[in-house]
Design a protein around this ligand. Sequence first.
Ligand SMILES: C[S@@+](CC[C@H](N)C(=O)[O-])C[C@H]1O[C@@H](n2cnc3c(N)ncnc32)[C@H](O)[C@@H]1O
Length: 253
Amino acid sequence: MNSNTKKVKELYESSTGVYLATTGYYIHGCAPPENFNLPLYILSKLNVFDGNSVLDCGCGMGKMLIEMAKLRPKINFFGITISEEQYKICNQLKNEENVLNVEFILGDFHQLSFYFNEASFDAIYFNESLFHSNNYKQVLSEVKKILKTQGIFYSKDFYINYWIDKYIPFTSGYKLIKYIKENYFYHPVLHNEMIKAMNELGFNIISFNKPNYIPNFQKVIDFEKAYGLKTYQLIQKTNAIHWRELIASKKSI
Ligand SMILES: C[S@@+](CC[C@H](N)C(=O)[O-])C[C@H]1O[C@@H](n2cnc3c(N)ncnc32)[C@H](O)[C@@H]1O
């Protein structure tokens, strides 16, 4: 585990309880409105069928997968998280809900091919977790190994709008991004950089759009106030970042 991943793990060992008390079972900044069925929405993007296998990378407390597993009992769902605290909650929820078609793994998504067989998944998704990696290209090449040809990759993350905010210190955007890196160990990249990396790594981009719902940022603000963070203040001074859902498929060669 590299030093950035160790920090991510420590962050979630200490913050998962606070998330539970503020954002509930989900840990995401770009949350949908109340009563929006997020598991169903993401499932609809994955293009999966009975008998298929789906992996949630950075599965948090496992709620998304458990809800998906209840919706689609003939699909096999797997989730991986780096946090022991979350792993325990995932299994508690699984037992409480008596769901059989979901399995959780405590592990590092930089080494997916250590836990899973080659070409074993029909779809792999990251809900606000990919850029916790400071080496997202390594994660994507691991994704590629365990995804079937034509299999679907989905991620929701935020991206940096302008190169100036990535490279020029003292802009409001640079300060925001630095704050996020230092406090959440999250490493967003420029939109174009991601498109280039996906193509080079062997994925066909299907779409790269805003999430199709109006985000509700109130819960993450409640979390930040409870945990002593202030991204919600810095973000008001800049339009340096934007949320996107990236959907791609693994190329055949
Ligand atoms: C912002 S949370 C999102 C959780 C979940 N997807 C949700 O929507 O509630 C980020 C998640 O990524 C996981 N994560 C971060 N780095 C990881 C790594 N290297 N390997 C496995 N999981 C990781 C964290 O443990 C956490 O579950």
